[in-house]
Design a protein. Sequence first.
Length: 127
Amino acid sequence: MSIEWKDTIFGAMPIEAVKKCLDLEIKPGEVMFYAHAQKHTFEKVPERHGICWQHIKRVIASPTHVGQQDGYQADSIDLVCEIPGGPIVLVAISLRIKKGIYPIKSVYPLKPNSLSRRVKIGTTKPT
């Protein structure tokens, strides 16, 4: 699989969903997946690209869940979307906004039992 890695903006950070789920005030900004982060995310596990890439914009526009993992509260958030008839996709986004851009750290499919566990322990909440 030959992929051209290029910086890509996927839309506005869903600040209302983040506030609702995490009670976290964040600045408006765009969510970008930098080429180097894409390469890091997909090069070692190329099947993730085929599963996740087409859904990233939807995850950011309308996440079904928002969360923060223990130890990462100051650093990042997870936007998750259960795609009807498709995968569950997680987009991890850095909270270190620069020039109005929130960088995507990673993207990967999430197993249903993993999402259920995150909800059960309270690190991820439905929108």
